[in-house]
Design a protein around this ligand. Sequence first.
Ligand SMILES: CC(=O)N[C@@H]([C@@H](O)[C@H](O)[C@H](O)CO)[C@@H](O)CC(=O)C(=O)O
Length: 306
Amino acid sequence: MEPLNLKGLIAAPFTPLTEQGEVNLPVIAGYVDYLVHEQGVKSIFLNGTTGEGPSLTVAERKLLTEEWIKQGKNKLTHVIIHVGANAITEAQQLAKHAQDAGATAISLMAPNYFKPLSLDAIVNFIQVVAAAAPNIPCLYYHIPEFTGVNVSMYELCDGIREKIPTFAGVKFCSLDLLELGCCISRYGRELSFYYAKDEQLLSALVLGTHGAVGSTYNYMGKLNNSIIEALDSGKLEDARKHQFTAQELLKKLFTFGFGVAENKAVMSLVSGLPLGPPRAPLLNRSPESFLIPARLELERAGFLKQ
Ligand SMILES: CC(=O)N[C@@H]([C@@H](O)[C@H](O)[C@H](O)CO)[C@@H](O)CC(=O)C(=O)O
């Protein structure tokens, strides 16, 4: 299988929910247009961390996949579906469904209750799931902070194509740029690495990351695209300036406490899309503790009109 022909930013969409907590599919058509026209982002990574994938049922994940692919037709260029699950049979079902629905690729994180803690265990898990979608590429979603599985990606990638022919690379959600650099240097010609810590995009681009998946590209796509454009045209100072704008805002948001629930509230505020609450166990915070101070910072950084 050819390397994934995908570069640039990939947004990890939030899952729109009604106030009653049901998946709110009618929001998705406007969400696609917002990403494409307002943020200049044409690729998505669906049902991952930002999309609260692990809190959704298999049926909901299938509905979301179908709706995003339907609404994204002729608008989105790449739709990657996260199919990871603790039950391997569910992951297989989702992988087959993603392929049948017309997804570009599948991706999966490690199960996180019974954890695959050895290379053999993790490769076996990926192999079984990837085999359920044999015609599309498969990316491993490395996110040790959430899964507790911190196998070396450098070791995982060694000889993996012989075991898993559709293996296409890694979505790399870790601050470990040494590991990322070594992976790109050794495997970057045959595999793709997509960086997934938005606050360090520029550093990963300099190392040669093939693209980047992130939550903040939902509402800061334009700014992060400017980092890529400036770097591509040799304007390092400009690239730094844009990265610093994003970093300063995120650093402030981190001090207020910034997880998926807070991030979703920011996206609703900036985009005006009715994304609704997060699903339990995540909870919306009181406006005083997050949204009011966050709004001020977003205004200061130019993401909201004052
Ligand atoms: C842990 C986490 O949520 N990481 C985010 C980042 O975009 C993150 O929100 C951002 O770097 C701010 O820390 C992404 O890596 C998530 C992601 O790609 C996904 O939702 O699938």
